[in-house]
Ligand binder design. Structure first.
Ligand SMILES: [Zn+2]
Length: 261
């Protein structure tokens, strides 16, 4: 009897040990995988994986977070952060997006994908040619005042149909499309003397004009921008490469935040 019991123990115990070891090894290898891909300090620093609280607190950090996310997207190394059920539950009671994106409705420019961000990260306003009217302005002001989002990015894109339509200058645009075209026309005119592709030049100029308009938009954005409380910058997404180019003219001479006394 004792012999049989001893035999059973000898057979079962090693099996249990092996099972436990295998389980631990699997867990370790999973941890190692996570460590090497997203948790290595060097990898994170190189790809600007910045925690979202810092990005929310400081728009300059938020800008770097967007640049880093786009770099990951372009390199095929998207980490798709905060796109899970846990994040969904964390956000049940409120949102604190670190950037407002004013972009084009074009289906080839999905903001969370191209910036590799997740749930609750981006407050997005999209119209064709990212043309803004009262409702768009109200949305931006809501994000600035109520959600305390400090970064606004106007995001145009290459091969924009709305800008191309404005460049082609049709005689009687149907329906409300005329609103879009009229809004983009000043940028078309301003860029008409530039060398190179007319549409791409107008795309870029349109973003610059829109950034300037928002920086002067009374009564909320103009003051907050002048006081250095919020940042308003412009960028162009290249639908051929996936790369977002932040326009240098919109990054220069930005007002500095005032020292709090
Ligand atoms: Zn477009």
């Amino acid at each position: 009897m004792m012999k049989k019991l001893l035999l059973a123990v000898l057979l079962v115990v090693p099996t249990l040990v092996t099972f436990a070891q295998r389980k631990r090894a699997a867990a370790n290898s999973k941890a190692a995988e996570t460590t090497t891909v997203t948790d290595s300090a060097a990898w994170r620093a190189e790809r600007y994986v910045i925690n979202r609280d810092s990005a929310y607190a400081d728009p300059r950090v938020g800008l770097r977070k967007l640049m880093g996310g786009n770099r990951r997207f372009v390199e095929g190394k998207s980490i798709r952060p905060r796109q899970d059920y846990n994040t969904l539950k964390q956000l049940e009671n409120g949102q604190a997006p670190f950037a407002t994106i004013v972009g084009c409705s074009d289906s080839r420019v999905p903001n969370e994908l191209i910036f590799d961000q997740g749930l609750g990260d981006l407050f997005i306003i999209r119209t064709a040619g990212q043309v803004s009217a009262a409702a768009s302005y109200g949305s931006m002001e809501f994000a600035t005042l109520k959600l305390k989002t400090k970064l606004i990015v106007v995001l145009g894109h290459t091969e924009c149909g709305a800008v191309a339509a404005a460049v082609s200058n049709p005689e009687n645009p149907p329906g409300h499309i005329v609103t879009l075209i009229n809004d983009i026309k000043p940028a078309v005119k301003k860029s008409s003397h530039q060398m190179g592709d007319r549409v791409q030049n107008a795309v870029r100029q349109n973003v610059i004009e829109q950034v300037n308009n928002l920086r002067e938009l009374e009564p909320i954005l103009a003051k907050k921008f002048a006081d250095g409380e919020i940042l308003i910058v412009g960028a162009v997404y290249d639908i051929h490469t996936g790369k977002v180019e932040f326009i240098p003219e919109t990054l220069n001479n930005l007002p500095q935040p005032k020292q709090k006394s």
